[in-house]
Design a protein around this ligand. Structure first.
Ligand code: TIU
Length: 228
């Protein structure tokens, strides 16, 4: 397949014209701290099993992107071990007994270098794939993501990961304002709250695609010529 040619992906609110060579797969925060027991997500009182259904479709999409030689970028939410990049407001939010930087079953919560902060083994980055360490919810805030995308001539993003209404939404909004076209496969993103998943996806594609497009990984793989 010619990666500079446009392929049409079935999507809402209307078909997405995908140019594979200009489209990065951006996988947001598929970290143990959000997807496994004892991490940040669980600390906030969430049922982490809500997010685990995204692992399988993300694996398929990631395998396809790698096989096609296309660009993959991963992100991780977290902070420096000395917490100098952790806003005091973020640390105390939630009034939880345990907070960011405290020791949990997977090491210090949401701290870089700790087991819980790392990406789940099922989607572990290759050494050639950039990993963006971000202190906020959005992947553009206080990171070099925009520079990396510009240097690689990326104009479109397939955004997957967790959680839909928090880091995925914030990143899509930031990307949209910087001129990127964002496509979200609904089976590859998830929220701890089913109602936020539903409304989060609706918000992206409403008003003529105010933030982007919503599709399904099967449609993206089909457009790339993968038999399912
Ligand atoms: N709490 C929640 O839903 N999400 C986050 O705190 N971070 C991300 O979404 N990655």
């Amino acid at each position: 397949m010619e990666m500079n040619h446009t392929v049409t992906v079935e999507a809402e609110p209307y078909p997405f014209e995908l140019v594979p060579a200009q489209c990065a797969l951006l996988i947001i925060d598929m970290q143990r701290d959000f997807l496994e027991a004892g991490g940040f997500g669980a600390m906030l009182g969430n049922d982490v099993s809500q997010l685990r259904r995204t692992i399988k479709p993300n694996r398929k999409l990631l395998a396809a992107w790698r096989t096609a030689g296309l660009q993959v970028i991963h992100t991780r939410e977290g902070h420096r071990p000395d917490l100098t990049d952790l806003p005091p407001a973020k640390k105390i939010r939630g009034r939880s007994k345990t907070c960011i930087g405290d020791v949990g079953p997977m090491g210090r919560i949401l701290v870089r270098g700790e087991p819980g902060h790392d990406i789940i083994p099922e989607l572990y980055p290759l050494p050639t794939e950039p990993v963006i360490d971000k202190p906020g919810k959005g992947a553009f805030f206080a990171t070099d993501l925009h520079a990396i995308l510009q240097n690689r001539d990326i104009k479109q993003l397939i955004v997957t990961g967790v959680t839909t209404e928090v880091c995925v939404h914030t990143t899509i909004r930031e990307a949209n304002d910087r001129g990127y076209d964002c496509l979200v496969p609904e089976d590859c993103v998830s929220s701890y709250f089913p109602e936020f998943q539903e409304m989060g996806l609706k918000m992206i594609k409403a008003q003529g695609g105010i933030f982007g497009w919503v599709s399904h990984s099967a449609y993206i793989l089909a457009a790339l010529g993968y038999c399912l």
